[in-house]
Design a protein around this ligand. Structure first.
Ligand SMILES: NC(=O)c1ccc[n+]([C@@H]2O[C@H](COP(=O)([O-])OP(=O)(O)OC[C@H]3O[C@@H](n4cnc5c(N)ncnc54)[C@H](OP(=O)(O)O)[C@@H]3O)[C@@H](O)[C@H]2O)c1
Length: 364
């Protein structure tokens, strides 16, 4: 199943709004085929793995084989025919499944029962945590139509998010590599306009692989008054600028010329809110969900992190910690929070001299 999870990851960035799925076929303890869902609308992982197995092996070998699939096969006609009938028709004797299907449309139509009734031995819940983690964005989006939100920050041990030299990254190349892997698998990156003005980031995916295998998330800039400089590197036709209703047509027109899409949100009632929280982020997430964005990577800065945490909108944190103390003069990860947050079951990972702590957010 670990191998199937690694296969699934190969579809990262290309399968949304479907989940990443991998499949491995084993005969007499030998892997005879493996594959993954490679492209939205394309054949699913188990179907591709079975096709690959059939090319090299007899029907008898398949009947003696076990297929490991990270996600329960689907039973509904979507962009492709349902997978469960293909698995049953293949004759495999055993199916091992990681995660069950979170799709509410699949409720009551479990392929697990169908396959068992067809005489196949079905085992479920193998490496469930890893398999459910693979599809966490899909699970949220398919059930709520809101994107899964990851808060990613690079900071010093004393929680500062700006480097004393302003020009340099706080975290090391290994951490940066992980950030780009995250960008590869998410549908959008969101930042505040101050980050655009101060850092002029590109906000694209930079991994060592051919451009055809890279996925660049849509860049979203929170900018209520359209202060984004027209020559910002992040501006192109894969950018959304979010502003308040009633901004000047002239500014709108000038920024739209860069190819950026501009979404206007109504003014949020200010009661008890911090000054910059004039735009309703829940309304924005709903709109992004409607546009098929299943996941958003919130990359800062301090105002944006504070606002998203205060509205309980971050589902998971990726906190990269570098071995420095910068002191009080630099920007903090967050300003005053309305409630504390617990990172549930934190997963620490050493990345050279940095430490990555990731886990789901629990708001207290
Ligand atoms: N180490 C890291 O991981 C990291 C990541 C990103 C940035 N940074 C650093 O953070 C610094 C910028 O951070 P910052 O806190 O000054 O600004 P920011 O969070 O980048 O931008 C905040 C601005 O975004 C606009 N905004 C619109 N809607 C908002 C909402 N709902 N919530 C929050 N902001 C909203 C507001 O401007 P309007 O009122 O004009 O709309 C607000 O002033 C940069 O120096 C950058 O280097 C560090």
């Amino acid at each position: 199943m670990q191998m199937a999870v690694a296969e699934a990851r190969k579809g990262s960035g290309f399968v949304q709004t479907n989940p990443m799925v991998g499949a491995v076929i084993v005969h007499n303890e030998k892997v005879i085929a493996k594959s993954y869902h490679a492209k939205y609308g394309g054949p699913h992982a188990e179907v591709r793995a079975l096709q690959a197995a059939r090319k090299k092996h007899s029907a008898k070998t398949l009947r003696e084989s076990t297929i490991y699939i990270t996600l329960e096969p689907c039973t509904r006609q979507g962009k492709t025919p349902p997978c469960a009938p293909t698995v049953m028709a293949s004759g495999v004797k055993r199916v091992v499944i990681g995660a069950t299907d979170p799709n509410p449309h699949e409720k009551g139509r479990s392929s697990i029962g169908q396959m068992r009734r067809a005489g196949i031995t079905v085992t479920t819940g193998v490496a469930r945590d890893e398999c459910e983690y693979l599809i966490r964005a899909f699970s949220k989006w398919i059930n709520t139509k809101h994107p899964f939100v990851i808060g990613k920050v690079g900071m010093s041990i004393d929680g500062k998010i700006t480097h004393p030299s302003q020009q340099q990254y706080i975290t090391n190349p290994k951490s940066l590599h992980r950030v780009h892997e995250l960008r590869q698998e998410t549908d959008a990156i969101l930042v505040g306009v101050n980050t655009i003005i101060k850092d002029d980031p590109m906000l694209n995916t930079r991994l060592k692989r051919p451009e055809s295998r890279l996925s660049h998330p849509t860049k979203i800039i929170l900018d209520s008054r359209l202060r984004t400089p027209r020559n910002s590197q992040a501006l192109d036709d894969n950018t959304i600028i979010v502003c308040l209703e009633g901004v000047s047509h002239k500014q709108r027109h000038a920024l739209a010329k860069t190819g950026a899409d501009i979404i206007e949100l109504p003014l949020q009632k200010q009661q008890g809110k911090l000054l910059f929280e004039t735009m309703n982020m829940k309304a924005l997430l709903k709109e992004l969900g409607k546009r098929g964005k299943t996941s958003i990577l919130v990359e800062g800065g301090s105002f944006v992190f504070t606002s998203f945490i205060n509205q309980k909108l971050i589902d998971e944190f990726y906190i990269f910690v570098a071995p420095y103390l910068y002191g009080a003069t630099y920007l903090p990860f967050t300003y005053a929070l309305k409630h504390s947050v617990t990172i549930e079951d934190p997963q620490p990972e050493k990345l050279g001299d940095n430490i990555l702590v990731r886990g789901y957010a629990k708001y207290n």
